[in-house]
Ligand binder design. Sequence first.
Ligand code: XMP
Length: 230
Amino acid sequence: MKPDKLWELAGSKNSRLIVALDNIPSDPTKLVNSFKEFAVGVKIGLPFLLKWGPSQVKHLCNQFGNSLYMLCDLKLADIPFIVAEEVKLIDEYGFDGLIVHLFQGGIREVSSLPSRPDLFGLVSMTHKESRLIDEHFKELLEEALASKLEGCVAPATKPEIIRAAKKLAPELTLISPGIGAQGVQAGAAIEAGADFEIIGRAIVSGHDPGSVARAMRDAMNVSLKKVGEM
Ligand code: XMP
């Protein structure tokens, strides 16, 4: 299944940018307001939850859920029963999608829940030490397909993995972190086959998040034209 809201917002806002909110330095609402026009969604990670608390997370989902795709990134990896419980609670926060690990197995028990946010499975990671996960990338991708997930997360730092994921699983929506602070140029993951790019520190840690978000969004759109998707 396609993550419909994500693609609808991508069309209406002309953007493939998802901004990652982790240990952000300033007030969340003010920060999101500064770039929301240029982004299709925000990804909220564990550092954000620990720093600002569950009520702030719920507040952001309520405030921005109409104009942004709200993606929860707690990289869930427990036994299937517990992950299913976690997913139900995350759903109540108002999230549209969430990122899960696949290596632990059993994600089908989670994806078959009658009502749930979109699920994005991790098939590789951006850091160079993720050898154990990367070596099993194809099996993880098969797990994502067999479990009928909406998408997968593949690293901008490893374009060969993005290219392979796009080829082997074109039906999955591919989201890609690793741009900016981790050294990859905006647009590069899209040129390798990603559908959306995730950018955190390069946008949220600077003095002018709005301008950086706009420049990153524009670079992605240039890359979309290059690959004939615009
Ligand atoms: P920065 O600040 O490096 O933030 O732009 C990147 C964001 O993406 C997350 N991240 C990953 N998430 N698989 C994932 O699912 C990965 O390989 C990966 N690498 C980075 C990171 O948590 C941060 O929010």
